[in-house]
Design a protein around this ligand. Structure first.
Ligand SMILES: [Zn+2]
Ligand SMILES: [Zn+2]
Length: 326
């Protein structure tokens, strides 16, 4: 089912809330209270999209995240309609993988004051979004970019206009792929280092329903936002609610951090081996407001990305977090 996060069918019909909720963007999504959080993993598409999905299934992931094209090259992906259709068919054939998310190219900088780079970035975002929507993804995660000293005030309207132009060009169907703005670790002049900044961008884009948010735990930690106790996590959830709105939060990037709190650098670590730690992550992911939000691992594993043991570690962190609040 394109663009829809399918919830696990493990709960009995008696406890299942089948009334679809209307998200602030107007997009309808079935909620299933009481189901465990979906644990996903970033998987590599070097051997193709379908092998990447199969790898996700092999390591026990409930969801996968895939780069829509080579993350450090401008060249668009060569995925034609048949390859995208084959991916959707493969996902249907792997019911344990309930959702696909895509991650956009790192080179995209919608906040760039350089007109050439800004134009290239728009074209690249459009190509990424067309592929992600063709794969039936539940979201295309995007780093907004850096204004390189030109100032947030000038960058925000330009970013909003670029987002809307790509969305209009691709024109995903009502339940199609939204663009999910990811919070930044705060290096340089990156836009989106706080939920207030993300909210500014969404507001400048007219609160468009095709925009959502991805929360990366490592970036948040590195940008100096505490969440590693229940009280701090509660405060963070309240802050998300009062800025972008919880309904916009479509996925988490669940990562520990190689760098210290507030270090403003993007360096992911395996869960439990970093400066946040398993207990700190548990305090956040156990929050009931996040039970419905898929958590995607972008951890190094042993050097090749998330492994089965990393997926298992994430499930243990979620269970510990839920128990913290029981
Ligand atoms: Zn990212
Ligand atoms: Zn990161």
């Amino acid at each position: 089912m394109a663009g829809v996060v399918r919830r696990p069918g493990r709960t009995s019909p008696a406890v299942r809330d089948t009334v679809p909720s209307v998200r602030p963007g107007g997009r309808r999504r079935a909620r299933c209270y009481g189901a465990p959080m979906l644990i996903g993993a970033h998987v590599r598409a070097g051997k193709g999209l379908v092998p990447a999905l199969e790898h996700g299934a092999e390591i026990g992931a409930d969801a996968v995240q895939i780069f829509t094209q080579s993350p450090r090259m401008w060249k668009p992906s060569q995925y034609g309609g048949e390859i995208l259709a084959a991916y959707r068919a493969a996902q249907a054939a792997h019911p344990s993988v309930r959702a696909t998310f895509c991650h956009a190219t790192y080179l995209i900088n919608l906040a760039s004051p350089d007109p050439d780079l800004a134009a290239k970035s728009r074209a690249c975002l459009t190509a990424n979004l067309a592929t992600a929507d063709g794969m039936g993804a539940g979201g295309l995660v995007l780093h907004i970019g850096s204004h390189r000293g030109s100032g947030l005030a000038a960058a925000v309207p330009a970013v909003a206009e670029a987002l809307l132009s790509s969305l209009d060009e691709v024109d995903p169907p009502e339940d199609g792929c939204p663009v999910l703005l990811e919070n930044a670790a705060g290096a340089g002049d990156t836009v989106g280092r706080s939920f207030e900044e993300l909210a500014e961008v969404i507001e400048a884009a007219g609160d468009d329903e095709r925009l959502g948010v991805c929360l990366d735990t490592q970036h948040l930690w590195a940008s100096g936002v505490p969440f590693a106790t229940v009280a701090e996590a509660d405060a963070l959830i309240a802050r998300i609610g009062s800025t972008v709105g919880l309904g916009r939060l479509r996925c988490l990037h669940l990562n520990d951090s190689k760098v210290a709190f507030g270090a403003n650098r993007d360096r992911h670590e395996n869960l439990g081996d970093g400066t946040i730690g398993s207990d700190g992550l548990a305090a956040l992911v156990g929050h009931p407001a996040l039970a419905d939000v898929p958590a995607l691992l972008e951890v190094p594993g042993a050097g090749d990305g998330p492994r089965a043991e990393d997926v298992a570690a994430a499930r243990a962190v979620v269970a510990a977090g839920v128990a913290l609040r029981a």
